[in-house]
Design a protein around this ligand. Structure first.
Ligand SMILES: N[C@@H](CCC(=O)N[C@@H](CS)C(=O)NCC(=O)O)C(=O)O
Length: 215
């Protein structure tokens, strides 16, 4: 059975899986999760504990959680794996992917989530705290990101996580000039990342805080 990837092209965690699939040239069928595809919404509700995406099926495996999906995609093709073969490099790449997920995407999603609430349920305090967490993450990452990819060697799971995290985080709380902002710019011109950015363009009106022209 073909690999089916469930998600939405504007969703940051779905970008991670798409980037890995494009990076490694793994064929798949994209199953759009939106109001127009109730069958896919029903399927994602079964596949994922929270109904969140991405999730992937191949008739044998059912995988949810973006990092597990990326690891699954490493089984195919000859392209360099997203989990580096060297154990130390793999540990570093997984660690950085977790950092981007939890400490960049996490606060970014909180800020976006707040903007999506009804005015009376919004919380300036929650947004301020999320921005403070982003500042800490930006500072930590700025001290660690060099001139190449995140873990200092090939493009990896860490870069799959970094691309959407930094793309959207910069929209809600700009990344100061420096190594992290330069890394974001490098990611955006990388072909697999440029492709997901382009595929998501038609959905930018969904973003509740306005979208900058620069990207
Ligand atoms: N830990 C999950 C996070 C997934 C996640 O946050 N997905 C978001 C899209 S970026 C989602 O499904 N949002 C829709 C919703 O919450 O209903 C992963 O790594 O896959």
């Amino acid at each position: 059975m073909p690999i089916k990837l469930y998600g939405h092209p504007f969703a940051s965690f779905v970008w991670k899986a798409l980037i890995a699939a494009y990076e490694r040239d793994v064929p798949f069928e994209f199953c759009m999760v939106d109001a127009g595809h109730p069958e896919n919404s029903a399927r994602i509700a079964e596949l994922s504990p929270t109904g969140q995406f991405p999730a992937l099926t191949d008739g044998r495996c059912e995988i949810t959680q973006s990092n597990a999906v990326i690891e699954y995609l490493d089984r195919f093709g000859d392209a360099p794996r997203m989990i580096p073969p060297d154990a130390d490099a793999a540990l570093q790449a997984r660690m950085l992917a977790d950092v981007f997920d939890a400490y960049v995407s996490g606060p970014m999603q909180e800020i976006v989530g707040d903007a999506l609430r009804a005015k009376e349920h919004q919380s300036p305090l929650r947004v301020r705290e999320a921005k403070a967490r982003l500042d800490k993450a930006y500072a930590w990452l700025s001290g660690r990101i060099g001139a190449g990819w995140a873990n200092g060697s090939g493009f990896s799971i860490a870069d799959c996580a970094a691309a959407p995290a930094l793309f959207y985080a910069d929209w809600v709380h700009p990344i100061p000039e420096g190594p992290l902002e330069a890394y974001r710019a490098r990611l955006l011109v990388h072909p697999s990342v440029a492709r997901v950015v382009d595929e998501a363009r038609p959905y930018r009106a969904f973003f509740p805080l306005g979208t900058p022209d620069r990207d």
